[in-house]
Design a protein around this ligand. Sequence first.
Ligand SMILES: [Zn+2]
Length: 194
Amino acid sequence: MVKLELSGPQWVTRFPGSASLKELSAPFRDYASAFVEALRSAGAVVTISATFRPIERAYLMHWAWLIAKAEKDPRKVPAMGGVNIQWDHQSEDGEYLHLPSVDAAKAMTRAYGIDGLGIAPALTSRHTAGRAVDMSIRWNGPLTIQSAEGNTVHILREPRTGMNLELHRVGEAYGVIKYNRGGDDKPHWSDTGA
Ligand SMILES: [Zn+2]
């Protein structure tokens, strides 16, 4: 029988995700690199927080979020091969302890930096496929950026962040598509917008 280890923030350093564009799958790796380079050349500040995410990490983030934020019962979380985590904490008599179980999941969401997300991180996603990048983007004043077609594009409108609609069109031409399912995942761009 596999020995299980209780949930908690010590899991967060395991199955590490990457924040390097080099860890992405081709050809999205080249598209994202070109877009980020164009942004930086234009003077925008780009901070990449996530690119490739192993499926084990996605599993841990997904269920920690659902337990911490959506009252998912820790006793009903399905197991994943290779991730020997026990989500439900118990007393010495084997009695289920709700509060410690939820507290441990909350500590995980904070350590993963997903505490503020409006939706659970997906079990499989463009990140686990190596085809997504989470990045914060900001600039001051007008942004003059090179388009994928080699033209110069002036972005005058606000916001001066990754939520700018004109910037989304620029990204799209590079093959980097802003998350298109509502405003809940602000830093997320991918090959499909999913
Ligand atoms: Zn993302």
